[in-house]
Design a protein around this ligand. Structure first.
Ligand SMILES: Nc1nc2c(c(=O)[nH]1)N[C@@H](CN(C=O)c1ccc(C(=O)N[C@@H](CCC(=O)O)C(=O)O)cc1)CN2
Length: 280
């Protein structure tokens, strides 16, 4: 591992190996179903990678492909059938969905016990109130990366840039549960740069290419870049200006190869947790 660079691929590979070892000891095979609607190319890559990783870990995994023209009612009927299927422990509906389908309605229809994305309001509420539940994969992966980088979280000043239901809010809740002092900042925050400079842990999840500049980083901070932004030339960059930020950060995640691989590893972790909770 390059000093200061948090190798998400390596941490994810270790986690996937631990999960595979755990699955091998179970008296049942955890089942995962990923539902993809339409043909968004990036979603195609992510869904394929999820399926491969799940099968490699010994899960019973399959993708349900629905056409671009699928209606909300058809998707809800698919979710209902998966809710009722005893062989299925985890259900994930890949986002984004086509415009004719209201994502919130579909996510609310997933059985919270099978909601391996952790997006259902029941699981979000459990996380917010410190109860056990399924936790969204990307923020969960970030907590694993902080542990791997040996970044102390308890008592640390953590700043989360972004307030989405999928990353920003659950990220803040997890950091708070780990006793960090947490600030959420966003596009309407006054003087974002000064707020970020206060961070000992900075998590950028805003979806704007290289928005976080090198001089927003305090010397010795741990910087976690959740952004995956595709440039017109086909390259990928995060939300942080990596080259500049790494000069100041004690530890930083690259893009690609940082948080992304952890999202998939944590999906497997959630599926196994859901299976154990459901099947005893
Ligand atoms: N239902 C969900 N939909 C989406 C989620 C999610 O967690 N649940 N997150 C993203 C997409 N995503 C997983 O679904 C995801 C994105 C990126 C990666 C990843 O490993 N990225 C690589 C780069 C890959 C590339 O070249 O494009 C990396 O960062 O190294 C994994 C999963 C939106 N939808």
């Amino acid at each position: 591992m390059t000093p200061g660079i948090i190798d998400g691929k390596a941490v994810a590979a270790e986690l996937r190996a631990r999960i595979a070892a755990r699955v091998a000891t179970l008296p049942f095979t955890p089942g995962l179903r990923v539902v993809r609607v339409g043909h968004d190319p990036a979603s195609g890559v992510y869904v394929r990678n999820k399926d491969r990783a799940a099968q490699a870990a010994g899960l019973d995994s399959a993708t349900i492909q629905m056409p671009d023209t699928a209606t909300e009612a058809e998707l809800l009927a698919t979710v209902a059938a998966l809710n009722d299927d005893p062989a299925v422990d985890g259900i994930l509906v890949q986002l984004p969905l086509p415009p004719q389908i209201e994502a919130a309605k579909v996510l609310a229809a997933i059985d919270p016990a099978k909601d391996v994305d952790g997006f259902h309001a029941m699981n979000a509420g459990r996380l917010a109130t410190g109860q056990k539940g399924l936790v969204p994969c990307t923020p969960k992966g970030v907590m694993h990366l902080l542990a791997a980088a040996r970044t102390p979280v308890a008592g640390a000043r953590a700043v989360v840039l972004g307030r989405s239901n999928i990353v920003g809010k659950p990220m803040a809740a997890l950091l708070l549960a780990a006793d960090a002092t947490v600030t959420i900042v966003h596009s309407r925050t006054r003087d974002l740069a000064s707020e970020c400079r206060r961070a000992e842990i900075l998590v950028a999840a805003v979806g704007r290419p290289e928005m976080v500049k090198g001089d927003w980083i305090t010397e010795g901070a741990t910087v976690i870049d959740v952004g995956i932004n595709r440039l017109p030339n086909g390259g990928l960059v995060g939300d942080v200006d990596f080259a500049a930020a790494r000069q100041r950060a004690a530890a930083i995640t690259p893009v690609p190869g940082g948080v992304g691989p952890m999202t998939i590893a944590c999906l497997l972790e959630n599926t196994v947790e859901a299976a154990i909770a459901r099947r005893g």
